[in-house]
Design a protein around this ligand. Structure first.
Ligand SMILES: [Zn+2]
Length: 366
C-alpha cells in the first residue's frame, strides 16, 4: 500500500527552490529581536510563539488586509544593514537545513530604504548575509548555493531603476529580476521599459502572473514582456478544457507555455491562502504535472505559510500519491529553469541531484 513520503524523509532529498521571498521567511524569534533592537513598535505580540501563530492565522484569514499586514511587520524590521545581513544569513541556513541545495531568494530593495540605506547598500547587505549563511550551513554539513532575485513592486514606478540595479549587480550575486505585488490593475506591460532593457542586457527575469489574475496577465508577461519564467502561473488551467472522457484540450496560450517549456513557479500552500486554489488536493499542479508542463514546486512565504519546501512536497505526496521519481522530476525541472549558467545547472543535476535521489530510492527500496 502507498505510504506518502513524509517531510522528514523528503528533507534528505537535494531540492531546488526558485520562488521564495526573503521578507516571507523570517524566524519569529528574529522578528521579535530585531523589533527590540531597532525600536520597531508595531508587532501584535513580542512572544515568538504567539507571533508565529499570529502570522499563520493572519495569512489564512482570507483577508488581504491582514495578509499584507504580515509583510508590513517583516519589512518593518528589515531596515538596517545588520538586520538584512541577519535575515538573509538565516534564510540560507534554514533552507540548507531543509535540504535545499540551490535557492533563489527574492525581495524588493525599494522596501528597505526607510532606515536611510541606499538601494546598493540593501543589495550588498543581502548578499553578505546569503554568503554568510552559505558558509555557516557548510560548516554544519549542509551545502547550499544561493542567488538573489531583485524585485520591483508592480504598483510603484521604480521598475526601470530596479532593473538597472539588478544588472549592475549581475556579477555580484544578483541572478534575476521580478515584479511582485497586486496583480489586478497592475498589468506587467506597465513595466515594459524595464523588461525591454533587461532583454537588451541578456538578463533573466520572472514575473508574478496568473496568480490572482487570469490569462491576460500570463499572456502579457510572456508575449509582451518576454519573461523567462512565470511566478505561479496557476491560471493557465483556464486555457485547458477537460472533456468528459478525461482528455485535455489545450488552448493556444497553454499550448505555447507547454511547447516552450516555460517554467511555472508553483506555490501550493500560498495559492490556497490567497484563494488561487481551493485546496492542495484540487490544486492545478496535479493536472499540469500529468500534462508534463515545466512545473516546479516552491514555498513563496515560509513564515506566512508555516511551511518549508519539504513540507510542500509532503502535502503534494499526500494529495497526489507522488513518489521519489515525481519529486526528482520536479527538482530537475527547477534546476533546469534556474537563473544560472547552463554548465553549472548541469553540474548540479548530475553531480548532486541525481545521485542524491538515487541514494534515497535505493535506501527505501522505491
Ligand atoms: Zn511570490
Amino acid at each position: 500500500m502507498y505510504q506518502p513520503l513524509t517531510a522528514e524523509q523528503i528533507r534528505r532529498a537535494p531540492k531546488v527552490l526558485l520562488h521564495d521571498h526573503l521578507d516571507g521567511g523570517l524566524r519569529p524569534t528574529t522578528i521579535v529581536e530585531l523589533a527590540r533592537e531597532n525600536g520597531y513598535s508595531g508587532l501584535p505580540t513580542h512572544d515568538p510563539e504567539e507571533l508565529g501563530r499570529w502570522f499563520h492565522d493572519a495569512s489564512y484569514s482570507g483577508s488581504l488586509e491582514r495578509y499584507l499586514e504580515t509583510f508590513a511587520h517583516t519589512t518593518g524590521v528589515m531596515q538596517t544593514r545588520d538586520a538584512l545581513v541577519r535575515v538573509a544569513a538565516e534564510a540560507a541556513e534554514d533552507l540548507a537545513a531543509d535540504g535545499v541545495v540551490y535557492a533563489e531568494s527574492r525581495y524588493a530593495p525599494e522596501q528597505h530604504l526607510e532606515g536611510g540605506l541606499t538601494l546598493e547598500e540593501v543589495v550588498e547587505a543581502v548578499q553578505e548575509g546569503l554568503e554568510l549563511g552559505e558558509k555557516r550551513a557548510a560548516d554544519a554539513g549542509n551545502r547550499i548555493r544561493t542567488g538573489q532575485i531583485v524585485t520591483a513592486m508592480r504598483h510603484a514606478a521604480r521598475s526601470s531603476e530596479i532593473a538597472e540595479l539588478a544588472v549592475r549587480y549581475r556579477d555580484a550575486g544578483v541572478s534575476g529580476f521580478d515584479i511582485a505585488g497586486a496583480e489586478a490593475g497592475n498589468p506587467p506591460t506597465r513595466h515594459l521599459d524595464a523588461f525591454e532593457y533587461l532583454r537588451r542586457e541578456n538578463f533573466h527575469f520572472t514575473i508574478h502572473a496568473g496568480e490572482a489574475f487570469g490569462l491576460p496577465s500570463i499572456w502579457e508577461a510572456l508575449q509582451w514582456c518576454g519573461c523567462d519564467r512565470l511566478g505561479h502561473g496557476v491560471r493557465i488551467v483556464d486555457d485547458i478544457t477537460v472533456g468528459e472522457d478525461g482528455t485535455s484540450e489545450l488552448g493556444r496560450l497553454a499550448q505555447y507555455v507547454r511547447d516552450k517549456r516555460v517554467p511555472l513557479e508553483m506555490c501550493p500552500s500560498s495559492n490556497v491562502q490567497t484563494g488561487a486554489a481551493p485546496s492542495i488536493a484540487e490544486h492545478p499542479i496535479g493536472m499540469l504535472r500529468d500534462l508534463r508542463f515545466r512545473v516546479t514546486v516552491n514555498t513563496d512565504n515560509r513564515l506566512q505559510g508555516g511551511t518549508s519546501l519539504s513540507e510542500e512536497f509532503a502535502k503534494l505526496c499526500e494529495a497526489f500519491g507522488y513518489d521519489w521519481d515525481d519529486l526528482q522530476w520536479f527538482t530537475v525541472n527547477a534546476m533546469k529553469s534556474a537563473f544560472l549558467p547552463f554548465d553549472e545547472r548541469l553540474a548540479l543535476i548530475n553531480g548532486i541531484i541525481k545521485p542524491g535521489f538515487a541514494q534515497l530510492k535505493w535506501a527505501v527500496g522505491r
